[in-house]
Design a protein around this ligand. Structure first.
Ligand code: NAD
Ligand code: UGA
Length: 454
């Protein structure tokens, strides 16, 4: 099929590249000229395992085109995916300006009936707004005979595993309009996703609003699990209980399951924080308080401070004269995404308390430089106390302690003799529970983790 993908961020780029890999001819459109230039010169603006190879292969075969040309891109697609950002507005609701702008562009340039698929995470009712924006542009052009069929097809991929998640989805949610238009759109979507729908049925058909809601419900449910585990871990700390035993003890109940039960330094990333807020906002706009979500959010904000509390309890409020190594900056492993990363709260607070900080991340160093430049703009002179190390061991040199914030695989089995030799004291604050406390004690390492007795 001829596909247009509007927005080449994490979702749009993965969607476009993977749909090309499945044999479609895909135009990827973005307003960011810089991004398109990078992509057209063989680069990939984000780090995502496996993506670079797929993009290279499909660009070479001519199935994947990157462009800033709105008219040509929109004219290309019989199916148009909207995959632009939906960042939080000041009041926490989803800012739909990019989605509406994309819809208007479709209305301005479409030359035949097409299917418009909303892949961005959008509040219930957005499908109708997209339809209205397209219709208004068509009427203004005097092309009212044309029609766009609206589909909601929320994306459930995780960064760091985006290609794998797209190519092997647990489920594909397709929300369609009522009537003949919906039936036609459903058939086209079924055909488009057929290569990912082998062996057993993964497509869940529903109405547009239910599909929109399902996406928020999924993210809110996952965020709730994490915040609840973090609260349990903090209580475990007080009780001398090991949250890792508890995790296994409850996860083995199939009604609970093992996924997303890891206590840590709080959830980050571009989606959980904004989607929890946006769902709460939708509820309050409709006269209902989603009380649980308020707590999920405030527990998460506090959780980003938990490692700092442990550091202060051990080393005192004033950290001047101390140096900390920070291992892991991205909000999770296998990505360079620094959006809402817990490391940003931790590094800023350490610097504010007078410490020097030596940071290292296997892939997010460049993104981290941009993020910390923004975060430290109101703390003049503090950037001088922040050192970007060339490797994990280099970050440890002369540090009083190491603080582990992201669970990259390469941090999981360090040479502890070398770690001890590099640090002034064998002191580890682990926000991701990478090691066994008994092993650390045997190795002579003072170990502070989340919800685990030291
Ligand atoms: P992103 O910010 O990485 O990328 C959005 C892109 O859209 C940018 O490159 C921007 O320049 C472009 N854009 C904005 N307006 C445009 C327009 N009018 N025309 C063309 N391009 C335009 O965003 P993302 O992380 O890919 O997220 C996109 C949506 O998908 C959001 O709603 C998000 O909640 C949702 N989502 C994200 C993930 C994820 O893992 N990042 C997963 C599932 C769903
Ligand atoms: C999340 C969802 O998992 C995806 O299904 C969804 O499509 C996406 O949001 C989205 O809508 O954007 P993502 O944010 O990429 O994906 O990453 P996750 O693996 O979900 O991790 C989110 C945060 O939760 C990370 O900071 C991670 O460290 C934290 N987390 C995750 C925990 O603290 N504990 C866990 O057990 C799992």
């Amino acid at each position: 099929m001829n596909i247009t993908v509007i927005g080449t961020g994490y979702v749009g780029l993965v969607t476009g590249a993977c749909l090309a890999e499945l044999g479609n001819k895909v135009f990827c459109l973005d307003v960011d000229r810089n991004k398109i230039e990078i992509l057209n010169s063989g680069g990939v603006p984000i780090y995502e395992p496996g993506l670079k190879e797929i993009i290279a292969r499909n660009r070479a075969s001519g199935r994947l085109i990157f462009s800033t040309d709105v008219a040509a891109s929109v004219a290309h697609g019989e199916v148009q995916f909207i995959a632009v950002g939906t960042p939080p507005d000041e009041d926490g609701s989803a800012d739909l300006q990019y989605v509406v702008a994309a819809a208007r562009n479709i209305g301005r340039h479409m030359e035949r009936n097409c299917i418009v698929v909303d892949k961005s995470t959008v509040p219930v009712g957005t499908g109708e707004k997209v339809k209205a924006a397209i219709r208004a542009e068509l009427e203004a052009r005097g092309r009212g005979e044309l029609d766009a069929m609206i589909v909601s097809n929320p994306e459930f991929l995780k960064e760091g595993a985006a290609v794998e998640d797209f190519m092997r989805p647990d489920r594909i949610v397709i929300g369609v309009e009522e009537g003949a238009a919906g039936a036609e759109a459903r058939e086209v979507m079924r055909e488009l996703y057929a290569p990912l729908n082998r062996n057993h049925e993964r497509i869940l058909y529903m109405d547009v609003k239910s599909a929109e809601f399902t996406k928020y419900a999924a993210n809110a449910m996952l965020a709730t699990r994490i915040s609840f585990m973090n609260e349990l871990a903090n209580l475990a700390d007080r009780l001398g209980v090991d949250i890792e035993h508890v995790r296994k003890g409850i996860g083995s109940d199939p009604r609970i399951g093992f996924s997303f039960l890891y206590a840590g330094t709080g959830y980050g990333g571009s989606c959980f924080p904004k989607d929890v807020q946006a769902l709460a906002r939708t509820a309050s706009e409709h006269g209902q308080e989603l009380e649980i979500l308020g707590s999920v959010e405030s527990v998460n904000d506090k959780q980003k401070q938990v490692l700092l509390k442990k550091i202060v309890a051990r080393l005192g409020e004033d950290l001047s004269g101390k140096t900390f190594a920070v291992w892991g900056l991205a909000f999770k492993p296998n990505t360079d995404d620094m959006r809402a990363a817990p490391s940003r709260v931790i590094v800023r607070e350490l610097l504010q308390r007078g410490a020097k900080v030596q940071v290292y991340d296997p892939v997010a160093m460049e993104e981290a430089r941009h993020a910390f430049a923004l975060d430290l703009a109101d703390l003049p002179g503090k950037e001088a106390d922040l050192h970007y190390a060339g490797g994990a061991m280099e970050a440890l040199e002369g540090a009083d302690a190491v603080v582990i914030v992201t669970e990259w695989k390469s941090f999981k089995s360090p040479d502890f003799a070398a770690v001890k030799a590099a640090l002034k004291e064998p002191l580890v604050f682990d926000g991701r529970n990478l090691f066994e406390p008994v092993t650390m004690a045997r190795l002579g390492v003072e170990y502070h983790a989340i919800g685990r007795p030291s």
